[in-house]
Design a protein. Structure first.
Length: 169
């Protein structure tokens, strides 16, 4: 079972290790960078754990660091899911919870960056309603372009039709 909770300082070393697993050298945050982003005044970190029923705490499966902006724009700074926990909806749970928190903080939109060659991330974000806004040349490692992706939070998404049940008229 996956549960979400707020970050506590004892999590830091494990979150940093997960970031190192998820991103290549030069893209993954240094300890100092990750700590700086997490400590920003408007930032928050949510932690996903795989918890067995008999335990109160489990293994950390992933985390998200987000921040709100007084202008009403939220930002996903990083979302990291251990490779062993991927394809188990951990990323979706983290992203949706971050979006909900940002909406509660009066954010009307959300932005994030991802590498143009990170096809898994692009597919994931598009599945969650994000669209490409612009390209930032040489954003990663001074050689790989980034895509800025965004999503409106203050607009209800249209209801999805369950095509397997829809009748043709």
């Amino acid at each position: 079972m996956i549960t979400l909770r707020e970050y506590c300082s004892q999590d830091f070393d494990e979150l940093w290790r997960i970031d190192q697993e998820c991103f290549q050298q030069g893209i993954a945050y240094s300890r100092r960078e990750l700590a700086w982003y997490m400590k920003r005044s408007r930032a928050f970190t949510l932690v996903a754990e795989e918890v067995a029923e008999e335990k109160s705490r489990g293994n950390i499966a992933g985390f998200v660091v987000s921040e709100s902006d007084p202008s009403g724009v939220g930002h996903i700074l990083t979302i990291d899911v251990r490779p062993s926990a991927q394809r188990k909806h951990v990323g979706s749970l983290l992203l949706e919870s971050a979006e909900s928190s940002l909406l509660q903080k009066n954010c009307k939109a959300i932005l994030l960056e991802t590498a143009v060659d990170n096809t898994a991330a692009l597919s994931f974000y598009k599945h969650h309603g994000y669209a490409v806004i612009e390209t930032i040349p040489r954003y990663y490692l001074d050689s790989v372009d980034a895509l800025v992706m965004g999503k409106r939070l203050d607009v209800q998404a249209p209801a999805k039709v369950n095509k397997s049940r829809a009748k043709k008229t």
